[in-house]
Ligand binder design. Structure first.
Ligand code: UYC
Length: 229
């Protein structure tokens, strides 16, 4: 009891990193912990990108208890990420896969959504040509990124990959080794050798195939979506 009330105080006031820990701890406290967690979740501003909210939602999504399912259905019927799109694209199936921590299927669907953003020619060829990327709407790339961030405790997403790429002086070879896409001279083989969970290094997902060179990922990193407003 004392434990839970201490955690209750923490999750409302601690910085995000501690809030993430508080979520894990509350999840171990049984029903009282869940009640505290659910009260806190409805108090969070959905536009705030609070990573602990993503983690809490993901944990509750896996919890099949009727009162938890009712809570989510009632308070978060559309998940926790506002799914903005300027191209009328539906990102809810992607949100569902990420909420289920099905990162491999989510990765495939992300590539598919990039093709949809690029238009019918890309959907038919099933890969994106680098010149198609600059006209992607900012809103859509940010939605994709936020989905990956929120359901990975901030570990995955294009913006994370870009941040690492900038930190290594835009040296792709260094990026590949930091995000485990290459080890020495050996490319990580798709799909088996990639790590499909949050034990992967920061920036490991989502994948972009390098078979046709770096221009696609380079165009993603150059997109205005990542510039601060
Ligand atoms: N693959 O090696 N990849 C594929 C990656 C390379 C190759 C898909 C990532 C190197 C072939 C995805 C890396 C390479 C196919 C990724 C990686 C290579 C394929 C499925 C580390 C050989 C089948 C979606 C950088 C040396 C292609 C897609 C086909 C598929 C991802 C080979 C997501 C991140 C240079 C032969 N690889 N890929 O794009 O057309 O097809 O059937 O990057």
């Amino acid at each position: 009891m004392k434990n839970t009330s201490g955690l209750k105080h923490q999750i409302y006031s601690e910085p995000e990193k501690k809030q993430l820990e508080s979520v894990s701890q509350l999840l171990k406290e049984g029903e009282t912990g869940l009640d505290v967690l659910m009260d806190w979740m409805v108090s969070v501003d959905k536009e705030s990108s609070n990573l602990a909210l993503g983690k809490a939602y993901q944990a509750l999504y896996a919890n099949k208890a009727p009162q938890v399912e009712n809570f989510l259905q009632h308070n978060f019927p559309d998940g926790i990420v506002p799914l903005k799109s300027d191209r009328g694209i539906d990102y809810s199936p992607l949100q569902k896969l990420l909420a289920q921590s099905d990162f491999q299927s989510a990765d495939v669907m992300t590539l598919q959504k990039l093709c949809e953003l690029a238009g019918t020619a890309a959907v038919e060829r099933n890969w994106v040509y680098f010149t198609e990327i600059e006209s992607f709407p900012v809103a859509d790339l940010r939605t994709l990124d936020k989905l990956w961030l929120m359901y990975s405790e901030g570990k995955f997403g294009f913006s994370i990959q870009r941040k690492i790429w900038l930190s290594v002086g835009k040296d792709f070879a260094k990026l590949w080794s930091k995000i485990n896409w290459k080890s020495g001279n050996t490319w990580t083989r798709y799909p088996k050798e990639f790590t499909w969970d949050t034990s992967a290094p920061e920036g490991h997902l989502p994948l972009s195939n390098q078979l046709r060179g770096v221009r696609t990922i380079d165009a993603i990193f150059a997109h205005p979506a990542w510039k601060k407003d």
